[in-house]
Write a protein that binds this ligand. Structure first.
Ligand SMILES: Cc1ncc(COP(=O)(O)O)c(C=O)c1O
Length: 388
């Protein structure tokens, strides 16, 4: 099965991990600090806080931003995203309010964000769907106007750029995932980046039970006392994971270029396929291409998206669907009621989207194979006629 995403691990990554295993510090050691520092540099910010997952990163960002300090707060989140984006607001006691997406890019629609703001809104979370940065200029203007925190779920867009600035610089807090299908991996892992040093200090405590010093700092001071100042979690990332992350980070630019090459090749081949539409990349954007999402036209192909999904899987191509509108999940219906009809673009897109395989280790033959299978599954296997 050709997977939709896959890590690329080299001997240098393996050697970096082994070196840590032979050292004194497996966790809360020097590799964590080194990884944070390199990550901050790559993403163009002063502060990076390493945590155990992208989900932990989102939870830390909510805490760092002070979300949930008062009762009945609302946080605006995109309707098409992984559940972790909105779950993080709930962890902090806030209610997620879903904004619709742009029908072409499937990125959160700033106009709908504006419509969903109430006196209880405290933050906006944008998610860089498939690797394309959101319209941060518009979102920043709204956030400033209503005095809201702007959080970026950039779990898809590490390595991407918007207006020549790296992803990491556009929001107050930007969260990344280091899961194996993402741009780079540490096995499991995450990172929050920010320009806000006091908030970074709060998040460092939060990832360590709300305790003000870590074990290594106390060892240095030969002190056994510690103070727990807030209710935190164990969201620490190990030195083993940070060594892998550091080694992977040095290859980020190369991985991003490769993903863009694959995406370009897909676009060329798919421009000939009548029943498939690709998502456009906006001007001024370097798309990180975590996913390559297409819209499947059931009418033109005579086959529903779900049937196409099944047929592709049967043919050994690991396509996927990212994502069902979050408010349609049973937990959300029980907790917040039936919100069907609230985000029509997201609901329409959900019946059409299909994520095709994309990862740095893919070769051109893989791309051709995926496109051939997609063509064969469509009823009218007719190439588009070129414009005269
Ligand atoms: C958009 C988005 N947000 C958050 C997450 C959560 O990241 P993690 O799996 O590292 O917890 C993911 C991971 O799949 C994601 O795709």
């Amino acid at each position: 099965m050709l997977p939709y995403g896959k890590q690329t691990i080299g001997q240098d990554d393996i050697d970096a991990v082994i070196e840590v295993l032979q050292s004194d510090w497996l966790t809360t050691g020097p590799k964590v600090i080194e990884f944070e520092s390199q990550f901050a540099q790559t993403t163009g910010v002063s502060q990076a806080v390493a945590v155990s997952s992208g989900t932990a990163a989102l939870h830390c960002a909510m805490f760092g931003a002070g979300i949930g300090k008062t009762e009945s707060e609302e946080v605006i989140v995109p309707s098409i995203t992984f559940v972790a984006t909105s779950n993080a607001a709930i962890y902090q006691g806030a209610k997620p309010v879903f904004a619709d997406v742009d029908p072409k890019t499937l990125l959160i629609d700033p106009d709908d964000v504006r419509r969903k703001i109430t006196s209880r809104t405290t933050a906006i979370v944008a998610m860089d769907y498939a690797g394309q940065p959101c319209d941060y200029e518009a979102l920043r203007a709204i956030a400033n106007e209503y005095n809201l925190v702007l959080i970026s779920d950039a779990c898809h867009s590490l390595g991407g750029y918007l207006d020549e600035q790296p992803i990491g610089t556009h929001a107050d807090f930007t969260c990344f995932s280091l899961h194996p299908v993402k741009q780079i991996t540490s096995g499991e892992g995450g990172m929050v980046v920010t320009h806000d040093a006091p908030a970074a200090a709060r998040m460092r405590e939060f990832r360590n039970h709300g305790i003000t010093t870590d074990f290594r700092a106390r060892e240095k001071l030969a002190k056994h006392q510690y103070a727990m100042e807030s209710l935190g979690f164990n969201y620490r990332l190990t030195d083993i994971q940070c060594a892998l992350g550091l080694s992977q980070l040095s290859k980020l630019a190369r991985f991003t270029r490769r993903r863009n090459d694959i995406a370009r090749f897909y676009r060329v081949l798919l421009s000939e396929v009548e029943h498939i539409e690709t998502l456009p990349t906006r001007q001024g954007v370097l798309n990180a291409h975590h996913l390559f999402v297409i819209k499947w036209n059931a009418q033109l192909s005579g086959v529903t998206r779900d049937k196409a999904f099944k047929a592709m899987r049967e043919r050994g191509v690991g396509v996927n669907v990212h994502y069902q509108p979050v408010y349609q999940h049973p937990f959300y219906i029980r907790q917040f009621g039936d919100q069907n009809g609230s985000c029509p673009n997201a609901e329409a897109a959900y019946s059409q989207i299909l994520s095709l395989p994309i990862f740095p280790g893919m070769i051109e033959t893989d791309v051709r194979r995926v496109v051939t299978e997609l063509q064969e599954i469509g009823k009218f296997n007719v190439p588009k006629r070129k414009a005269a």
